[in-house]
Each structure stands twice: as structure tokens, then as C-alpha cells.
Design a protein around this ligand. Structure first.
Ligand SMILES: [Zn+2]
Length: 375
């Protein structure tokens, strides 16, 4: 072999070597990486990022576009719930209970520690001082019985207005003389001026024609006209003149009485003379100590023997805090003109007219807002 042939063979071998030993690896496309791998330095390595669990996201994160982001919702505080809301199943839910208005309390209930309790919310309790005159010619009644009445009346008034009634004096009087009730008031006011000046109102239990017919009526009295000077009523309602808020009430008024004659003798087993709301022939049944229309036994006013008279006392007090006299009764045009109201005290009767004792609700507001303008 000559030298020239050797050289060609060498070159041939060299070039054959180059062709027969190609480079290997992912960089040369002759070994592909998996879809979850990248080719780095000719080596397949797992792709990085949460889409490839490299690394995985935290339990409170979602993988979005290969990035870990905080999950949405209150469970992840993203966003957190507003105050008064709880996070339940990653949803903000208004807390339950009256403190959150969910549900709110019914009219006549107050929310205390997130629980609805029956009763009006009283920020303060006021006291209405009451003088009581008992006409012993009309009735034979003990002080204890009178106090029972005012306990009932005071409770009903407090439920509605946060004001209690305090009976500061009971006077038994006889009206035999010519002066009647006015003279009796004048006498007691004169003899007991200091006590009388403390009074906000009075109730005169006496059977005259009006009290007999209606159960009672209001009497706005100017104490100065009966000899009581320097009187100032600390339940002032929109007036410069200081009235004493009085009423005349029939002690024996029998709500829904049935089968009685004018002298209150029980003479019939069925209603007569317009009794039982003019339903002649209604059966009379014995209830609360007297004969009552069977149709009225379950009436709110038949709650107990004292109830109707107690409500009459309140009814008459409230007349003093309205501007329209007899038109301040429940449901009149004048009353409706005062607009909507929301009952904020509990009453077992569903009827607002009963719960307000047939008075327009606004007068109760006036009573509550009465101010002490006495120096
Ligand atoms: Zn009235």
C-alpha cells in the first residue's frame, strides 16, 4: 500500500466516524421529553410550577395559570365577612338573632342579649303621681281594692309608656252637699296643698250620668281655679297652663254586662236595652263576678274584673295628651292623619284599637315625651 492510499483511508474513516456517532439527547430532538418536562442542558427535568405539582400549592391556594393564588371566599379571609356575618361553608351568612335583625323582634318585644323578650325597652321609668277621690255615696270600696285597680292600671301604662302610677293619696268623700265634686276637690286641695302640688292627675270615682254611661270621662282641671296656687305639672304637654290631668270613673262599670236594669239589678237571662253591642237576646253568662254577654267573655277587656276600669283610667289620662278631644279616639280621620306607627309594646290582643284602649297611638307618644318644665 502506498502512502497516498493510507491517507485517503484515514480521511474516509474519519468522516465515517463523524456520521456514525450522532449526538444524543433532548437538545437534539432525538429523545423527546415528556409533556411535563423541560429540556435543560440536554436533560429532561420536570417543569416547575403548580401545574406540574412542582411544588404543589398550599391547601388554601388554587393553581391558576401555573401560579398559586389564594382561594376565594371567607374561609380563606379572601375577603373576610363583614361584621355581623359568620362564614359558613365559605359563604358569609348574617348571624341569626335579633341583635342582627335576623329576624327582628316582633312589635312589643325588646332584643336583650340577642334574644327577643316581651316588653317595651325603657331607658328610664317615670312616675305619674295620682290622687284618688272615692265617692262613698256611690260606692263602698276599701283602699286595698283601690290600690289593686291602680296596680293593674299602672302595669298597663308602664307597658305602653315606661311610666308608673303612684297613688299618693286616697280620699273618701261624700258629695251630699251642693258643691259636688268641685267642692270636694277644693276642700282637699286647700287642706293638703303641698301634697296636691305633687299630683300629676287625679281619678274621681263617682257615679254620675256620664261616668255611668261611658265608664268615665276626662276632666282637665286648673288647680288655681280650685284654690291651689303655684301648681306646676311636671308632665308638661305643649301647654303653658298647668292642668291637673283628671278623670271621673265609674267604679262599678261592668264591661259587657248582660241582663241588668238601670239600677243594676240582674233581671234577664238574655241581653236587653242595647247590651252586648246592641245584640238583643244574647245569652248572659256569669263571668268576673257578674253577668256578661256570652259573646264578650273572651274579649280583651274581659281579661279580669278590674281590667276594663283600669283601661278607662289610662284612656282618660291619654285624652289630656291629644289635641282633638273626642277625635283622638282610635281610627278617626284626625288619628289617621298622624300617620303610621309601630307598636313597641306587647299586647295579647291582636287588635291595636284594644291595645291602645281605643285611643290614637300618637297621644301615647305625647305622654311619653311630656317634659318637666317646672323650675
Ligand atoms: Zn275617650
Amino acid at each position: 500500500m502506498n502512502a497516498g492510499l493510507v491517507l485517503i483511508s484515514f480521511l474516509l474513516l474519519a468522516s465515517l466516524g463523524c456520521i456514525s456517532a450522532p449526538r444524543v439527547g433532548c437538545a437534539y430532538g432525538n429523545s423527546e421529553c415528556g409533556s411535563d418536562q423541560d429540556c435543560v442542558d440536554n436533560v429532561c427535568v420536570p417543569k416547575s410550577g403548580c401545574a406540574y405539582n412542582n411544588p404543589e400549592c398550599g391547601s388554601d391556594q388554587d393553581c391558576v395559570d401555573n401560579a398559586c393564588v389564594l382561594k376565594t371566599g371567607c374561609a380563606y379571609s379572601n375577603p373576610s365577612c363583614p361584621p355581623d356575618y359568620d362564614c359558613a361553608n365559605n359563604t358569609c351568612m348574617l348571624r341569626s338573632g335579633c341583635a342582627y335583625g335576623n329576624p327582628p323582634c316582633d312589635g312589643g318585644e325588646t332584643c336583650v342579649d340577642n334574644i327577643c323578650v316581651i316588653g317595651k325597652e325603657c331607658r328610664q321609668t317615670k312616675t305619674f303621681n295620682m290622687l284618688v277621690f272615692m265617692d262613698d255615696d256611690s260606692y263602698d270600696v276599701s283602699d286595698g281594692e283601690i290600690e289593686e285597680y291602680f296596680e293593674e292600671a299602672g302595669k298597663l301604662l308602664h307597658d305602653r309608656t315606661c311610666t308608673e302610677i303612684e297613688v299618693i293619696k286616697i280620699w273618701h268623700v261624700r258629695l251630699g252637699g251642693s258643691g259636688g265634686m268641685e267642692q270636694a276637690l277644693r276642700d282637699k286641695f286647700t287642706e293638703n296643698a303641698a301634697l296636691a302640688r305633687r299630683a300629676n292627675g287625679f281619678v274621681f270615682f263617682s257615679a254620675d250620668q256620664n261616668s255611668r254611661s261611658y265608664g268615665g270621662y276626662a276632666w282637665a282641671l286648673m288647680p288655681a281655679s280650685l284654690g291651689l296656687s303655684n301648681y306646676c305639672n311636671n308632665f308638661s304637654y305643649n301647654r303653658e297652663i298647668h292642668f291637673m290631668y283628671g278623670s271621673v270613673i265609674d267604679w262599678t262599670h261592668m264591661f259587657g254586662r248582660c241582663g241588668y236594669d238601670e239600677d243594676l239589678n240582674h233581671v234577664s237571662d238574655v241581653s236587653i236595652d242595647g247590651e252586648c253591642r246592641n245584640q238583643q237576646g244574647t245569652s248572659c253568662v256569669f263571668n268576673n263576678g257578674y253577668y256578661m254577654c256570652e259573646s264578650l267573655v273572651d274579649d280583651y277587656y274581659a281579661t279580669n274584673r278590674n281590667f276594663f276600669t283600669a283601661t278607662t283610667i289610662i284612656h282618660e289620662i291619654m285624652h289630656h295628651f291629644g289635641d282633638n278631644g273626642n277625635y283622638d279616639h282610635f281610627g278617626t280621620q284626625e288619628c289617621l292623619a298622624h300617620g303610621d306607627y309601630e307598636r313597641d309594646f306587647y299586647c295579647p290582643s291582636q287588635e291595636d284599637s284594644d291595645c291602645y284602649f281605643q285611643m290614637c297611638p300618637y297621644v301615647y307618644g305625647n305622654f311619653e315625651n311630656a317634659e318637666n318644665l317646672c323650675g
